[in-house]
Design a protein around this ligand. Sequence first.
Ligand SMILES: NC(=O)c1ccc[n+]([C@@H]2O[C@H](COP(=O)([O-])OP(=O)(O)OC[C@H]3O[C@@H](n4cnc5c(N)ncnc54)[C@H](OP(=O)(O)O)[C@@H]3O)[C@@H](O)[C@H]2O)c1
Length: 513
Amino acid sequence: MADTTASSATGLANPLGDELRTTRSVKPCVVVIFGATGDLTKRKLVPSLMGLAKDGLLPPGFAVVGFARRNWTDESFRTELADGVRQFGRPDTPAHFDALADAFTFHQSDFGDRAGYESLKAKLEQIDRQRGTAGNRIFYLATPPSSYSAILQNLAATGLSKETGDHFARVIVEKPFGRDIHTAVALNDQVRAAFHERQVFRIDHYLGKETVQNILALRFANGIFEPLWNEKFVDHVQITVAESIGVGSRGGYFEESGIIRDMIQNHLMQVLTLVAMEPPAAITADAVRDEKVKVLHAIRSFKPEEIDEATVRAQYTRASFGGEDVKGYRDEEGVPKDSVTETYAAVRLEINNWRWAHTPFFLRAGKRLPRRVTEVAITFKQPPHLLFEGGKPLQPNVLLLRIQPDEGVALRFGAKVPGPDVRIRDVRMDFRYGTAFGGETADAYERLLLDSMLGDGTLFARADEVEEAWRIVDSIVNGWKQSKRRPDEHAAGTWGPERADALLGPGRSWRKP
Ligand SMILES: NC(=O)c1ccc[n+]([C@@H]2O[C@H](COP(=O)([O-])OP(=O)(O)OC[C@H]3O[C@@H](n4cnc5c(N)ncnc54)[C@H](OP(=O)(O)O)[C@@H]3O)[C@@H](O)[C@H]2O)c1
């Protein structure tokens, strides 16, 4: 077993020193990327691996095999990846790629061709001998979901998914994980036919973000927040994932998923569970995921007749936004003129347990909203007796967890305006990650790739979490299908349709970050 050291895999110095080292032990391994000629590999996976190399977090025995159909050579594969690291990697990572380039090899085969897996097996054994990767493998499915089945079957049939002795074999599965509960259950069955649950890492890159992990730190490393973190003190919670871009050239793909499948089923539900869960007994994969899944169990499915009251869906329409005349969703390439696919959705969820009864959680996601922002706003109740401003309700206290951009935490509270009268105005206490800790933040994929090498599944979704999230989302999608109401509309560059305000109930309003 080899510890990570500050200059382990590439032999180059780690400029950030010991700060980023992990005390956990990363074993030598080979990462096999299925779909290695694709966009995800070039833009995210390899630049993130090089981020780990820069921080001295890759093990000394390390290699990557790219598996895809195209007629590429090792050389052309490396040239393409080097270009990706230059374009999308952190500063200085290209030098780490150059130092490690010969660890990257290409394996040409079709996913459905058994012989390609037999030759992959032989190649992996050769790499073990040459690079000391010791029979440890991670299979990354960076492919369209339609390919998962063939890959999983072939990995099982050739014995590549089997763990022998203390050698590990793990699989990382990309989103989307199914498109409803039936396809997710079927996919989980296929995954389980090849791998044990402990070998499976379902990736949701939101969980790799430092600020998402900070939700757990804020709640459970401090004594002051948790006593207030319940229905007695919290009026409601808003979770927002807003994008300013439209669907661009992905109209055809988006039309099949809509914002509810693309964002809410995975990212927003994951953030919701971290905000709402009970304290786990330990920060271990199963203890954390047991508590997260209990939150989902406590949210009941919607009946179709409830859906127009509990949700709002909408599409963006043509408008002038950011100095540009932008198209409406139904005019985008690949989108039918009569599309009812939502580009905006807001949902009111109730968590039926002792902690959260009577405290609604409002989830909202959309494209072509005014800004790209992800945040959680915990809005507190009014004080029991209003002494100031003639007894009028004041602006509520808000604890704001900013996940992106300007990562940090802010607390809004009332303060006395200086002067002879007692007037109250909102002020903010602000913690910014960048200011407090400095340095560059690693990409979410870096953390998740490292955790998969370490075999730590805490930040990955377990089968039951994914299925429970689909159960809730399916009930919304089914309600929309049965509803006579078409999606509302909102002009591109605005914070959603008017009807979304009514969803919150009296005295509440959506934040406009
Ligand atoms: N791109 C992103 O930023 C992003 C973000 C989040 C999640 N994801 C998910 O990640 C996965 C991959 O996305 P992507 O954008 O990288 O896809 P992509 O650009 O379409 O790449 C697909 C890859 O699969 C290979 N492939 C397809 N069919 C094959 C076959 N029968 N045999 C061998 N190789 C085959 C292609 O190889 P050839 O071209 O050589 O045939 C290519 O390398 C998807 O599940 C996507 O939803 C992507």
